[in-house]
Design a protein around this ligand. Structure first.
Ligand code: CP
Length: 304
């Protein structure tokens, strides 16, 4: 029995395999309609979500299985003081696989240690969000046809953005990756992540505050939301929240085949006027999240 807590739990070969299965699901959906017949997914969401929870649920339904769970801690017995460990042991009685989001970093790891069924980390605090990373990798692969030899700009909240940290770790395993970090000083990529990048031979990185100056070199622009829920001080959030707003004007110098990604939800950081640009991939990215989660659940349930 295997869980997925961080993206580094998967080998590069396994990630490539999941992308292959997801692309096969897209090409041959009928072949997968009954693969999870009789299986149940529990979605335990202690923090808000639209895409992750609903795409997990849609993924299980499209595989022929069923779904149970809760979408806020207040509707479970956690509100009465029940521990994560007891919640997981209980849910083990009812479900074959668990997707769990929790505000506390490490909570899904604790859950996996107590669980007899696979636990998938659907986001833990500012720490990890491995299925978003798989979604991002599938999107890049579908848009570009490769995961190597790419210049990737990460823009916005690089400090608290867990999707940024996981995607950088995953892309670092491929060759010819050039990373451009675009953020205000206060939201720079944490030093431990910069040190990791420094130690890798196959990845280079640069830092800038200037989004417009960086755009012409990029193959991928990964925009992020400033993570209000991770700030201790509202005044700091208000000062930083609109640091970057991508508009059609700012894309004037961009490559014709730039791919603009965003894990969503967005607040202000991409103007809605960008949505009709064919280079805007973020809603295709949200759709890809369902296909890669289908592939992941098949793998963790050991279903061919
Ligand atoms: N990208 C993402 O995790 O979205 P949700 O918070 O809506 O699940």
């Amino acid at each position: 029995m295997r869980s997925l807590i961080g993206i580094l739990d998967l080998s590069t070969e396994e990630i490539d395999g999941l992308i292959r299965v997801a692309e096969d699901i897209i090409a041959n959906p009928d072949a997968y309609r009954e693969k999870c017949k009789g299986k149940k997914l529990a979605t335990l969401f202690f923090e808000p979500s639209t895409r992750t929870r609903l795409s997990f649920e849609a993924a299980m339904y499209e595989l022929g299985g069923n779904v149970l769970g809760f979408s806020e801690a207040t509707s479970s017995s956690v509100a009465k003081g029940e521990s994560v460990a007891d919640t997981i042991r209980t849910v083990n009685c009812y479900a074959d696989i668990i997707a769990m989001r929790h505000p506390k970093e490490g909570a899904p790891l604790v859950a996996s240690a107590k669980s007899q069924v696979p636990v998938i980390n659907a986001g833990d605090g500012g720490h990890n969000h491995p299925t978003q990373t798989l979604t991002d990798l599938l999107t890049i692969h579908r848009e570009k046809g490769r995961l190597c030899d790419l210049t990737v700009g990460f823009c916005g909240d690089l400090k608290f953005g867990r999707t940024v940290h996981s995607l950088i770790e995953a892309l670092s395993r491929y060759t010819g990756i050039r990373i451009v970090l675009i953020s205000p000083d206060e939201l720079r990529l944490p030093e431990y992540m910069q040190n990791k990048l420094d130690s890798l031979d196959n990845v280079t990185f640069t830092e800038t505050k200037d989004l417009e100056a960086a755009i012409p070199d990029l193959d991928i622009l990964y925009m992020t939301r400033v993570q209000k829920e991770r700030f201790f001080n509202e005044a700091d959030y208000i000062r930083l929240k609109d640091s970057y707003i991508l508009t059609p004007e700012k894309l004037t110098g961009a490559k014709a085949d730039l791919s603009i990604l965003h894990p969503l939800p967005r607040v202000n950081e991409i103007s809605v006027a960008v949505d009709d640009d064919p280079r805007a991939c973020y809603f295709r990215q949200a759709l890809n999240g369902k296909f890669i989660r289908m592939a992941l659940m098949l793998m963790l349930l050991d279903i061919q």
